[in-house]
Design a protein around this ligand. Structure first.
Ligand SMILES: Nc1ncnc2c1ncn2[C@@H]1O[C@H](COP(=O)(O)OP(=O)(O)OP(=O)(O)O)[C@@H](O)[C@H]1O
Length: 500
């Protein structure tokens, strides 16, 4: 239904163009009335009322602008009995009237008169008035109709009468000039007047009616000449890529933006690594193995840790995105834990033999299924080789709470923090490497089918990820305060020294 307004606006443009073209070349151009009929069907489809189209046509309602004159008392004659459909039809009529009111200010279009709608007549049409076959007697079934002060109108003209001609209204009816419809038309006409000469997008006010408005915004942007704007576009963000300047080229700079197609751009963002080297944010396609990812992410940090530094490697992403696959991997495609452990021990052997002996402690912390950070009993386990380290990691991983989400049947419903600390023979801590496999964030739309428990978990996970984001932002901006206390995840980060 969001497209209804768009269709109506397109219709107005199409109508004016068709009438003009038809006037100039009546034989060469498709009769605009036929186009109007197809627009009526289109609009009814958008409003999910297409089932009534045959009935509408059978009683002579063939053009969308005629719909503007239908009142709620006509709904039954049109075969629209369901309350929901009546409401939809009501909203559709409102929208059409808004647009028609705007056209009433166009000098090419005869003004709307109370009681009838005047369609711009093609020159070759006869001037006969055609009466819709609505029964003049009023529908007394008011219970099924939402109450509003719309008035009954029975006649629709295909030609414009003299300006002073007053159309009759059914006996006993008030003049429609006092109706809510007309109030709204007048207001719109005034708002629209004077805006017709604008070339660029112009904001138009759309009447807001109470109840469901099918997502049509209260204000909308007029379609451009190319018709590229739609009523759903409240804000449009456009990106234009410029080529490298000659000075940039001389300096040997490379373009960091690639426009892949109309809708996709890739940005290679320059960042500064811990060793102050510049690097560019990378995206790994599905052809990359865990080893490829490791070499570009965690591996450069190993040396940093051996130099006494601290490093953290996060796997962050939506549920089912592949975080655990990247961190743990498979026997054939080992993940970052295993690859890092192997290199750590390899480096350890080299260093230990050359300098002083070093050993690795593995520290594991987790949030349990009840979202409680388990600190009691947490202990350092001294590991003496890659296999033992991996065994400990896998043992911890098995303890993680898992569950099925909308997109991952074996989803990690907890965050896993794995810290590998390097200590010297006198138990003094040297470097530390942290791997954090975060529980997946979940979009509300993916959680629609989930049970209450899964939804609650998802909400808590999202909340903790938000807290993490706040901490990372605070650290990145070197703010005086880092809001660690907002979640267990960030509390664990501080408690155990992960470089969140
Ligand atoms: N690069 C990949 N190649 C092949 N399969 C993959 C890859 N990445 C993920 N998968 C598969 O996709 C599924 C979801 O991956 P995984 O469990 O790692 O997601 P996740 O991000 O950890 O999800 P959650 O946050 O819900 O725990 C798994 O079956 C995994 O084997």
């Amino acid at each position: 239904m969001n497209l209804v307004l768009y269709h109506v606006m397109q219709l107005r443009r199409l109508w004016s163009e068709s009438v003009r073209a038809h006037r100039d070349k009546p034989d060469a151009v498709e009769n605009p009335l036929l186009k109007m009929a197809s627009c009526l069907l289109e609009c009814l489809c958008e409003a999910e009322l297409e089932q009534y189209y045959p009935k509408f046509v059978s009683i002579g309602l063939q053009k969308i602008e005629e719909l503007a004159q239908v009142t709620m008392r006509d709904y039954s004659k049109l075969g629209v009995h369901r309350m929901e459909d009546r409401q939809r039809l009501f909203q559709l009529i409102k929208i059409i009237q808004s647009v028609a009111a705007e056209d009433g200010n166009d000098s090419r279009t005869p003004p709307l008169q109370p009681g009838c709608v005047y369609l711009q007549p093609p020159n070759n049409r006869s001037a006969t008035r055609r009466q819709l076959q609505f029964d003049i007697s009023f529908d007394t079934d008011r219970s099924a109709v939402p109450s509003h002060p719309m008035k009954h109108v029975t006649e629709v003209c295909e030609t414009a009468p003299p300006a002073d001609q007053k159309m009759s209204t059914p006996k006993g009816e008030e003049s429609p000039s006092s109706s809510a419809h007309e109030t709204c038309l007048n207001a719109l006409g005034g708002a629209a007047a004077g805006s017709r000469d604008h070339e660029g997008p112009v904001v138009h006010r759309v009447v807001h009616v109470s109840g469901y408005n099918y997502g049509v915004p209260q204000t909308c942007v007029r379609p451009s000449k190319e018709g590229s704007w739609t009523d759903s576009d409240k804000i449009r963000v456009c990106v234009r890529k410029r080529p490298l300047g000659s000075r940039e080229e001389r300096r040997g700079e490379v373009s960091v933006v690639t426009a892949e197609d109309k809708e996709t751009i890739a940005i290679y963002e320059r960042k500064e690594a811990v060793n102050l080297k510049e690097y560019i944010l990378q995206c790994f396609s599905e052809t990359f193995s865990n080893q490829d990812v490791y070499m570009k992410t965690a591996y450069p940090l190993i040396q940093h840790v051996f130099n006494g530094g601290n490093a953290t490697c996060f796997a962050y992403g939506q549920t089912g995105a592949g975080k655990t696959y990247t961190m743990i991997g498979t026997p054939k495609n080992p993940g970052l834990y295993a690859l890092a452990a192997k290199d750590l021990f390899q480096e350890l052997e080299t260093k230990s033999s050359k300098k002083r002996p070093l050993c690795v402690d593995q520290l594991y912390a987790r949030e349990d299924g009840k979202h409680i950070v388990q600190v009691v009993g947490l202990r350092d386990i001294q590991v003496i080789g890659v296999d033992f380290l991996l065994e400990v990691i896998l043992k911890g991983s098995r303890e993680r709470s898992t569950g099925a989400t909308g997109v991952n049947s074996d989803s990690s419903r907890s965050h896993a923090v794995i810290q590998i600390q390097l200590k010297d023979a006198r138990n003094r801590r040297l470097g530390r490497m942290s791997f954090i496999d975060l529980a997946g964030s979940e979009r509300a739309s993916d959680a629609r089918e989930s049970d209450k428990q899964t939804k609650m978990e998802g909400a808590e996970i999202n909340q903790s990820l938000l807290a993490l984001k706040e901490c990372i932002r605070a650290l990145d901006q070197e703010q005086a305060h880092t809001p660690f206390r907002q979640s267990k995840l960030t509390q664990v980060g501080t408690k155990y020294g992960a470089e969140v």
